[in-house]
Design a protein around this ligand. Sequence first.
Ligand code: GLC
Length: 754
Amino acid sequence: MKKTALIAALMIASSLTGVAAAQTAASAPAAATAQSAQARADALVKQMTLDEKLQLIHGYFPPLAKPVPPIAMIPSAGHIPGIPRLGIPTLRESDASLGVANQVEQRKGDVATALPASIATAATFNPKLAYEGGAMIGAEARAKTFNILLAGGVNLTRDPWNGRNFEYLGEDPLLAGTMVGEHIKGVQSNHIVSTIKHFALNSQETGRNVLDARIDKAALRESDLLAFQLGIEIGQPASVMCAYNKVNGDYACENDWLLNTVLKQDWAYKGWVMSDWGAVHSTEKAAIKGLDQDSGQELDDQMFFDTKFADAVKAGRIPMSRLDDMVRRIVFGVIDSGLMDQAVPDSAQPIDYAAHALVAQKAAEEGIVLLKNDGNLLPLAKTAKTIVLIGAHADVGVLSGGGSSQVRSVGGAPVEIPLTKGAAASFARITWHASSPLKAIQALAPNAKVTYIDGSDPKAAAAAAQGADMAIVFAWAWRTEAQDPESMALPDNQDALIDAVAGANRKTLVVVEAGGPVLMPWVSRVPAILQAWYPGQRGGEAIANILFGDVDPSGRLPITFPVGVDQAPRPEPMGLAELHAAEARRDAGDKTVYGMSGGVASFPVDYPEGADVGYRWYAAKNAKPLFPFGYGLTYTSFHYANLKVADGTKLSVSFDVTNSGQRAGADVPQLYVEAKSAAGTKAYRLAGFEKVWLKPGETRQVSLTVDPRVIARFDEAKSGWALDAGNYKLRIGHFAGDAALTGSARLDAVALKP
Ligand code: GLC
């Protein structure tokens, strides 16, 4: 499907269909809800005709679908007609993890509350906020008559340059799995369906539709799959979205080991596997290898789960028992999430956007990471007389990440720059949310002279900064789905801008609006740095509150910031040469360059680091990163003492945290335990964390109990977790590599199911 046609289709769709047609789903009789979801699903499948079963296993992509007769569909991600006579609702799917998405404003004027980037929520190290954010966006999805939110992105951020890092929850499986599980639980607390995605190892965007991600299976279990496993246990997502890429030779959406062995057998997953959009490549193979539903079918090279599927069932190439299992899983998910018994309203409901904005603001405030604060430049006194803001459209808004997760936030987009090339061009624009740092700072410092200059001319910016009580450079780096950046350096000559301003004013703060790490060649020349990520609906207010100390910075890095790309496992995306060659052929008029693959043939991406992702990689390489995982400063200081270890069959620790500074604040003490991976490498792994708020001088005892799988190795031969008996060194630290307290634990051997 030519992507350019997509945008035209999106525009047409937005004029064709209005509000969703009546959603008819009789509310189930009270008695029926008492049965188990499994029993209810079984009973319903038994009542279905073949056609009814077949209609549930593939979904329309509204911008392109041309059903006959026409169906009223919301211009959005997906639509699967329901079965009214059985009370099975029509499934209306929207993206995604940051709010109810509205890419390229396909629904004119439809706004929603924009959460900060998922990586910012991860940086809060506060699972409660992940839940609250999920609950809020799930409520907006339901109010807008969607009943599936394609949320729960949790791929580990293996590469610092990955275009979608902003949509994910960092490099550590315990942190990512915990945060995504709470996020999903929040979404589904609205009795709608959430997904968890993209299953699995979708770790770069370049060539995502064709690349073959290759990794040792046990290493995958100990890393990306552990994040999914924890997320599924905590969040109970009704659906798992399989990824575009291949894993060890087979496409993820027809991968027997991933879908049938790991997910459905080992983890006993009862929900359904939906494909990513355009990620299906077969009929029989996909069905037999574990795919339950083809999403966005018009984006596939063929309609594999439409008449082709019906023919395969009638010919016996796909057993009816497999079709029944597919449908049962879908119906189970609809029942188990509560959607079956609490149908989504037929028409849009009111939304308290003011209250929802505060949810987004809190996540942004707790996710902002103070990376540097020499001379306690921050917090800035409200008596400051002159404050100069520079760059990144800080007068009108804050940056957001691009792609299917794009929310059109309340207040619209003050700045929106279309792309002229690349795989994302048809569905992404460089978009700012209408939350002005300038206005927010002016509101908190009404007596100060607060000005803005756009930063396009470093000399002019330096002159404006001269003599100000503070010069704040807002640095920006846009990231998007479907494309990886060709560099991790700040674009548009921003490094020179920062150097010029810092050279003109010693009191310079850099606020970085980015979806992950960026290169900071100026780091030694700038006294203060705030990582604000993509701060969402009220990002300007969040930045201002941290700036003046109305809120204490408490974010910690969920992803390592390398000094340079040569420290990372892969300095750049794999497959760039293949991509550029295909683009050149297309530009030369080659008509074979089409479809989701963009004319790129499959290429391998090897992950030799295995389970040693992120901080474990840098430690193994003795590479000192620019800023480590778990790192973040506050306006006070925290001290740890009195470590106690309880060991034997289960490891738990307790220790005291004291606010040894003069201001209230929040800390995130982290427990790291040294353990051996299946590959035989020893590394300290995050095994526990807790966020604590303390007044000056206050002490709190923190107790952490370790999930043995987090420090075990996966024994692929025995297909289970093995925690070997022995002595385990452990640390309590402020970040990965920090050993504020040290100890050890003697643990018994434990074998656990996969
Ligand atoms: C996209 C994304 C996925 C999204 C889906 C529907 O290509 O990979 O995260 O939910 O399609 O838009």
